[in-house]
Design a protein around this ligand. Structure first.
Ligand code: SAM
Length: 226
């Protein structure tokens, strides 16, 4: 059984495709999706030795070595161009996900569905997508074990995609369908920013402090408005 977080990632995977799961660790996601028949075959990519071996073991244990290719390497370098119809990158920071996509651009043919689950910095991921012509087509946000996770699905639009500042920060789809996890996340963020701001307000004035105060006031206003 998958975690709720990975279940939500799996729910965005188009049926009958070839899945590439980058940073697969135990290969739970590809094993689950090939087993239940939702994808025809999969590639599990891992850059680190330990997780790469865990993935191999898990795939062998499931008897799926014919259908899941476990490969060691950095990001998308393990893929042939156009090999995968769907690429998942989950459980990493948003900056790392954006860097994997950016360095692997040449491997994308624009027909893929990208499903990204940044643990932090989801605005960096949405920024990369928008600047590189990918439109956010689906999003989810959920709480599991006291942590809040965001899932972003994207398709190639072939043109510069415009996101408002609020959409980049909070997610265009998530803003439209605000659920309890979304409200909780942003209530918490606003509280954190307000606390930082009140500390800054007690500090001696300097151009840097003034600039920081401006940034935090702006973020608070943006999130409160949404
Ligand atoms: N994707 C799984 C999940 O969501 O449960 C595992 C997440 S795990 C926290 C992150 C994995 O990404 C680690 O196993 C790490 O070795 C791998 N990783 C980090 N950078 C990578 C890269 N550039 N290419 C491939 N794998 C990477």
């Amino acid at each position: 059984k998958l975690s709720r977080r990975l279940e939500s990632v799996a729910a965005f995977i188009p049926a009958g495709t070839v899945l590439a799961d980058i940073g697969s660790d135990h290969a739970y996601l590809p094993v689950f999706c090939v087993k239940d028949g939702s994808v025809t075959a999969a590639v599990a990519g891992e850059v680190a030795e330990g997780p790469y071996h865990s993935a191999q073991k898990q795939v062998e244990k499931a008897g799926l070595t014919e259908k899941i290719s476990v490969r060691k390497g950095d990001g998308l370098e393990i893929l042939a161009p156009g090999e995968a119809g769907c690429i998942t990158i989950a459980g990493m920071g948003g900056a790392l996900i954006a860097s994997i996509l950016d360095r692997g651009k040449a491997k994308l043919n624009g027909k893929e569905t990208l499903i990204l689950q940044p643990n932090t910095g989801s605005h960096i991921v949405r920024g990369w997508l928008a600047e590189n012509g990918w439109a956010v087509t689906g999003e989810d946000i959920l709480e599991e074990d006291g942590k809040i996770y965001e899932i972003i699905a994207a398709e190639y639009a072939g043109r510069h995609v415009v996101l408002t500042e609020a959409e980049r920060l909070m997610g265009p789809v998530l803003i439209k369908n605000q659920n309890e996890a979304f409200r909780k996340k942003w209530r918490n963020e606003i509280k954190k920013w307000q606390s930082v701001l009140s500390h800054l307000e007690q500090a001696d004035a300097s151009p840097e402090i003034e600039e920081k105060k401006r940034v935090y006031r702006h973020l608070i206003a943006l999130a409160e408005e949404v």
